[in-house]
Design a protein around this ligand. Structure first.
Ligand SMILES: NC(=O)C1=CN([C@@H]2O[C@H](COP(=O)(O)OP(=O)(O)OC[C@H]3O[C@@H](n4cnc5c(N)ncnc54)[C@H](O)[C@@H]3O)[C@@H](O)[C@H]2O)C=CC1
Ligand SMILES: O=C(O)C1=N[C@H](C(=O)O)C[C@H](O)C1
Length: 237
């Protein structure tokens, strides 16, 4: 496939390497205004840019008939507007707060655990995320997804509000340490014991591989998809 990279920083460069290893070609690299670039040669765009640019980057691609894989975090207030434009233009889109296949297994574990903890009133739950000091957004997109899953699946917590102080909060602790690629921990704690699930990324390669696999999945499709759709197709094989 011919790929446009929207953002050519830590992730863009890692994606370039993995995409080329899998036989793809990078035809455009964008680090500024997307309107100054010719997207006509691209079969798909992979967006790992910055929160302020993501919506314009993604929707410009849809308007140019280029499907988009987006991993940029911190822009989701405009997510529904983006999916509306995708549908209107008959294009294809997949967004994930985390493209790592391991994290997507971790998401399933988190859902399952949240369901099992339902009704166990003695436990409080909290999330910790640790990332490198260059990260622009906090809490991480992955931590927000984990919290949303817990709130969705656990009626005891349904009245709890994300990031809101008070007795019923679901705290997300965001830590920034040197070069950490991304570590997420969900902890349920009581006076008797604690239960913890944790995912530790050892590099950015897992995120990049998942994004390239998602781009391969989008080829020839129209519609709005998630990593669940990608994994379902992978496991079918
Ligand atoms: N969903 C996932 O699996 C993952 C998501 N991320 C997210 O990806 C994003 C990028 O992360 P990094 O590569 O670490 O950041 P980075 O800061 O290394 O790279 C961002 C790039 O965007 C470029 N940029 C600035 N303005 C732009 C514009 N208007 N259009 C296109 N590009 C522009 C910058 O020049 C830079 O090359 C962040 O939002 C991060 O949270 C990061 C890792 C995994
Ligand atoms: O900015 C990063 O680096 C990462 N961002 C994503 C997030 O916000 O969850 C995913 C990953 O943890 C790395």
């Amino acid at each position: 496939m011919k790929i446009a990279l929207l953002g050519y920083g830590r992730m863009g460069k890692t994606i370039e390497k993995i995409a080329m290893d899998r036989g793809h070609e990078i035809v455009v690299k964008i680090t500024g205004d997307i309107e100054e670039h010719d997207l006509s040669k691209a079969d798909v765009a992979i967006d790992f840019s910055i929160p302020d640019a993501a919506f314009k980057n993604i929707t410009t691609c849809f308007k140019n008939n280029v499907p988009v894989v987006s991993g940029t975090t911190g822009w989701l207030d405009d997510f529904n507007k983006a999916t509306d434009i995708c549908k209107e233009k008959n294009s294809a889109f997949i967004y994930a707060s985390n493209f790592s296949l391991g994290v997507n297994v971790f998401f399933e574990l988190n859902r399952k655990l949240a369901g099992m903890m339902q009704g166990l009133e003695d436990y409080s739950v909290e999330i910790e995320e640790i990332h490198h000091t260059k990260k622009l957004d906090a809490p991480s997109g992955t931590a927000i997804t984990l919290a949303e899953q817990i709130l969705e699946d656990n009626s005891r917590l349904n009245s709890w509000k994300l990031e809101e102080a008070g007795e019923n909060e679901l705290p997300i602790h965001a830590k920034r340490i040197e070069d950490v690629p991304g570590t997420h921990t969900v902890t349920y704690d009581s006076t008797i014991d604690s239960i913890e699930i944790k995912h530790t990324a050892k590099s950015r390669e897992g995120f990049a591989l998942g994004a390239v696999v998602a781009a391969e999945f989008l080829n020839g499709k129209t519609g709005v998809f998630t990593m669940k759709d990608v994994l379902a197709q992978l496991f079918e094989k």
